[in-house]
Design a protein around this ligand. Structure first.
Ligand SMILES: [Zn+2]
Length: 251
């Protein structure tokens, strides 16, 4: 049985069809049964798709193109696929930076590493909640059940808000680990999509922010002492209606 430590470095090569048959089968088995590697594999696949879409939409500047060519030359030098230097993810990151430079209010890759790391964790947790059949710890549409459930489990007290009337019924609550601390997540349904709202201490930055990553949209805003991180693959329109309704109810 393949271990996570063997699986992780092979995910990228797997996506590029660079593994032999036996390795591929072992890795597929592992992904199918591992709650940690499955979302990782899916996230990588989505990232690859995003990159492909971005790469065709944005023409890289000359300096970046030569970096990419240099990276590709290193790849072609015969180093084994697993142990090679910067693979397409590294190249991808350069392209994403180029995209970020060209886009106004949206940050794809930000200079603020802590915020960036939290965004990553929030999106990872969202993915895990969808894939690991661990959407809720307390399944209830009753805010009077969900809000007290968090009491004693975390120092953060999320507002109990059910937005069923606005079309976003509360599914329940879950305790997640973000930045090494237990934080509440409120789970909502938006049609066929799930919206996770993570509640952290209010962070720096006064303006609401949007992150697009791995096919998901993340919105971050502060309200009083609390910072909200909402993530979903709902349509931009639906997501913005949700945020509007949530913020109106939370304030
Ligand atoms: Zn694993």
């Amino acid at each position: 049985m393949m271990q996570c430590s063997d699986a992780r470095p092979r995910l990228e090569a797997h996506l590029d069809n660079e593994l032999d048959e036996a390795e591929r089968a072992a890795l597929d088995d592992h992904i199918a049964s591992c709650a940690d590697c499955a979302p990782e594999a899916l996230a990588l696949e989505r990232l690859r798709d995003d990159i492909r879409a971005s790469a065709s939409a944005y023409r890289a500047p000359a300096a970046l193109r030569s970096q990419i060519r240099a990276a590709l030359r290193r790849d072609a030098s015969g180093a084994p696929a697993i142990a090679r230097g910067p693979g397409w993810l590294a190249v991808a990151a350069s392209i994403m930076i180029a995209v970020a430079l060209g886009s106004g209010g949206t940050w794809l890759i930000s200079g603020d590493r802590q915020r960036d790391a939290i965004a990553d964790e929030v999106i990872d947790s969202h993915l895990r909640s969808l894939l690991a059949e661990h959407l809720t710890d307390v399944a209830s549409s009753d805010k009077h059940t969900v809000k007290p459930w968090f009491g004693g489990r975390t120092e953060l007290s999320p507002p109990g808000i059910n937005l069923a009337a606005e079309g976003f019924p509360l599914v329940g609550g879950r305790l997640d680990l973000i930045d090494g601390k237990p934080v509440p997540a409120l789970v909502y349904r938006a049609g066929k999509h799930i919206i996770n709202v993570f509640v952290l201490p209010a962070g720096h930055g006064d303006h609401p922010e949007t992150v697009h990553r791995q096919g998901y949209t993340l919105r971050h805003w502060n309200e009083g002492d609390l910072g909200y991180w909402a993530v979903s693959d709902a349509s931009p329109d639906e997501f913005s209606r949700f945020e509007h309704a949530f913020r109106a109810a939370a304030s």
